[in-house]
Design a binder for this molecule. Structure first.
Ligand code: KIV
Ligand code: NA
Length: 269
């Protein structure tokens, strides 16, 4: 079942083994990440702003998420895949269950949604889905991308929300853009693994957006570490191709397909 598959990550937490999660949006990305032994592939709704040219997470639809989840699943048949329920697809327990089913049928092993909504978790778990929570900065609900839980009151609320979500049945919790101290307390208080992004060093795992890791997109974030400059590589390759076409350096004879020699005179006659 979905819950059995997720048990591996609780075991990693108990053993103190850090969990490496990374977003994935299409089949070749998923294939590369699975080959690199990424523990969890996240089909995040960040696909909207990173890959689809949307202005915000608000524009992402369930159909978008299912489409990209299917692509990731085809690229990595054996990987553990989490998919985001996009904005306004989990307003009621009934709606959440119906929409989680769409993501599961597309290939998701676990579904994630934003905010402290214990009734939604209970409905999803009751229907057999494994659930990942997402607290701190909630991009679907917070237009302003600023640090959450910096004040003591807000930090206490966050810890309470995490405990409420665990009690409701989440199997994992993403913590986004919160102080390291708050993430550490939440991580200590929960039995389920915490996965941080901009949440410091103490969480049970880390997640980054693959486009940020690749240097595919131009944005620079303090929380991120760029491991490549794929955007520059892509532009340089496209530029070289354009130059070759314009100068007729491409295609070369080696890229062309000759006709059968005996048939050529007959064809030209
Ligand atoms: O959509 C996403 O990429 C996410 C991560 C930032 C956790 O939700
Ligand atoms: Na997301």
């Amino acid at each position: 079942s979905m819950a059995d598959k997720a048990a591996r990550f609780a075991e990693m937490k108990r053993r103190g083994e850090p969990i490496a999660m990374l977003t994935a949006y299409d089949a070749p990305m998923a294939r590369a990440e699975a080959a690199a032994r990424v523990d969890i592939l996240l089909v995040g709704d960040s696909v909207g702003t990173n890959m689809l040219g949307y202005a915000s997470e608000q524009e992402v639809t369930l159909a978008d998420m299912a489409h990209h989840t299917r692509a990731v699943r085809r690229g990595a048949p054996d990987a553990f895949v989490i998919s985001d329920l996009p904005v306004a697809t989990y307003e009621t327990p009934t709606e959440a269950v119906a929409n989680a089913r769409v993501l599961a049928e597309a290939g998701a092993d676990m579904v994630k949604f934003e905010g402290c909504r214990p009734a939604i978790v209970e409905a999803l778990v009751g229907a057999g889905f494994a659930v990942c929570g997402h607290l701190g900065l909630e991009p679907q609900h917070h237009a302003e991308k600023r640090l959450k839980g910096k004040q003591a009151g807000e930090a206490h609320q966050l810890v309470e929300a995490a405990l409420t979500m665990e009690k409701a049945g989440i199997a994992m919790l993403v913590l986004e853009l919160i102080p390291e101290e708050v993430a550490e307390i939440v991580t200590q208080r929960l039995k389920v693994p915490t996965i941080g992004i901009g949440a410091g060093r103490a969480t049970d795992g880390q997640v980054l957006v693959i486009c940020d890791v690749l240097g595919y997109t131009k944005a620079a974030f303090r929380h991120n570490k760029r491991y490549a400059e794929v955007g520059e590589t892509m532009e340089a390759a496209a530029r070289a191709y354009v130059g070759d076409v314009h100068s007729k350096a491409f295609p070369a004879a080696a890229n062309a397909f000759p006709m059968n020699k005996e048939q050529l005179p007959e064809f030209l006659a």
